[in-house]
Design a protein around this ligand. Structure first.
Ligand code: SF4
Length: 371
C-alpha cells in the first residue's frame, strides 16, 4: 500500500500525518458543540431522519433543503410510508430538488429494508452499504450519526479541510487520494463520539473552512496546527483536476395553453430527469416559421404567441439554453405523446423538474391573459 505521505505529496512522514490528524477531534468537537447551527435534522436524529437529510443534502444547499425536508417527513414519516408511496407522489415531493434518482433510490432502499430488515434500518455499516443509493459517504454518515459506529463520512467539506490542514497538493478527485483520506480518518477518529466528529468536520468545512473565498482561519479551532494556514496560502488547497467542459444544448420550449390547461409530455423512463413531466421542446433555437411548422405538425391552432424570457439550466455535465414561446389556444387536442394537464392538477399531480421552472412561472403569467 502506498504511504500517505507519498499519496498526499508531503515531505513529512506518515507517522507525522497521523499525529497531526489525531490532534483534530478534541478542539474540533468542542468547537462544534458550542457553534453548531441549529438544523431540523439535528433534532431527534433517528436513523430515518438522518438518512433522508443526508440524501437531500447531497448536491443541494442547506437552506434549500429545509422546506423539502419538513414536507417530506410530514408526508412520509417512516420507512413503511416511503416504501409504499406511489412514484408520482414521491416525485412531486422531490420536485425542484433535482437529481431525481436520489428519490427513486430512497424508495428502493426502503423496500429493501421492508423485505430484509422488518422495516428497520440495519445498524451495521456493511449492511447499509448494500442498500440502494448508499455509497461510502451515506453509509458512513448514517452509521456514525444515527448508530454511533466509528466510520468516516468523507465528503467535499472533509476533503477540503484535511487537504488544507496538511497543505497537500494531491488531486482530491483522484480515487486513491480519497481512499487515503478515508484511511487516515478511519484510523484517527474518536471511537466514543464518531457522529459528532463527522458532523463537526462537515460543519467546519461548510462555515469556516468554506469553499468560496478565503477561510476564516482566525475563528478556526485547528489553526494552531494547520499547515495550510502556517504556510500562509490555505486557498491553494484543495487541488482538483479541471472538470470537463459542459456540453451545451439549445432548445425551443413550447408553453402551449388554453383555458382548460397546459400541454405536458412525459420524459423517457431512463436517463436524465427520467419519468418527469416537461413542456414539449424541440432541439435548437427555432425561427418563427419553424415554430409555426412545428405547431401545424402537432395540430395546434394558435390564437396568440408570446416570446418568453430565455432560461438556462445547468446539470453536472450538460447546460441547457432554452428559448421559450407561449402559445395561447382556444382549445387543445393533445398530439400523440402529450397530455393536457388541467390547471387544477398542475401543482398536485405533475412533477415538473426545476430545469423548467422559468417556464412554469410563465404559464401562470400567461393564464392571466385568458381571464
Ligand atoms: S486554519 Fe484555516 S485553512 Fe486551516 S483548517 Fe482552519 S479554516 Fe481551514
Amino acid at each position: 500500500m502506498q504511504s500517505l505521505n507519498e499519496l498526499f505529496g508531503l515531505s513529512i512522514s506518515e507517522a507525522e500525518i497521523f499525529q497531526l490528524a489525531e490532534k483534530v477531534p478534541e478542539p474540533l468537537v468542542g468547537w462544534y458543540r458550542e457553534n453548531a447551527r441549529v438544523l431540523p435534522w439535528r433534532e431527534n436524529p433517528t436513523p430515518y431522519r438522518v438518512w433522508i437529510s443526508e440524501v437531500m443534502l447531497q448536491q443541494t444547499r442547506v437552506e434549500a433543503v429545509k422546506p423539502y425536508y419538513h414536507r417530506f417527513l410530514a408526508a412520509l414519516p417512516d420507512i413503511p410510508a416511503l416504501a409504499a408511496v406511489p412514484e408520482e407522489q414521491l416525485m412531486k415531493l422531490w420536485e425542484g430538488l433535482g437529481y431525481y434518482s436520489r428519490a427513486r433510490n430512497l424508495q428502493k432502499a426502503a423496500r429493501q429494508m421492508m423485505a430484509e430488515y422488518g422495516g428497520q434500518m440495519p445498524a451495521d455499516y456493511n449492511s447499509l452499504l448494500k442498500l440502494s443509493g448508499f455509497g461510502e459517504y451515506t453509509a458512513g454518515a448514517v452509521a456514525s450519526i444515527a448508530f454511533g459506529i466509528p466510520v468516516p463520512a468523507v465528503d467535499g467539506n472533509v476533503l477540503r479541510v484535511f487537504s488544507r490542514l496538511l497543505a497537500s497538493g494531491s488531486d482530491i478527485m483522484a480515487p486513491a487520494v480519497r481512499k487515503g483520506y478515508r484511511r487516515l480518518l478511519l484510523e484517527t477518529m474518536p471511537k466514543d463520539f464518531p457522529g459528532d466528529y463527522n458532523q463537526a468536520l462537515m460543519e467546519l468545512g461548510a462555515t469556516i473552512c468554506a469553499p468560496n473565498g478565503p477561510p476564516d482561519c482566525g475563528a478556526c479551532p485547528l489553526s494552531s496546527f494547520c499547515r495550510g494556514y502556517a504556510a500562509g496560502n490555505p486557498t491553494a488547497f484543495p487541488v482538483k483536476a479541471p472538470k470537463k467542459e459542459r456540453r451545451l444544448e439549445e432548445k425551443t420550449v413550447f408553453v402551449i395553453l388554453s383555458p382548460e390547461g397546459v400541454l405536458l409530455r412525459r420524459r423517457p423512463k431512463q436517463g436524465l430527469l427520467a419519468g418527469l413531466w416537461e413542456f414539449p421542446w424541440i432541439e435548437g433555437f427555432l425561427s418563427q416559421p419553424e415554430v409555426s411548422a412545428c405547431l401545424e405538425q402537432w395540430g395546434i391552432a394558435a390564437e396568440k404567441f408570446r416570446t418568453l424570457r430565455p432560461a438556462k439550466h445547468i446539470f453536472s455535465h450538460i447546460e441547457w439554453r432554452m428559448n421559450g414561446i407561449a402559445v395561447l389556444c382556444e382549445k387543445i387536442l393533445p398530439p400523440e405523446g402529450m397530455t393536457l394537464c388541467r390547471w387544477e392538477d398542475l401543482e398536485t399531480d405533475y412533477a415538473v423538474p426545476s430545469a423548467f421552472a422559468a417556464f412554469k412561472k410563465a404559464v401562470l403569467e400567461c393564464q392571466e391573459e385568458w381571464k
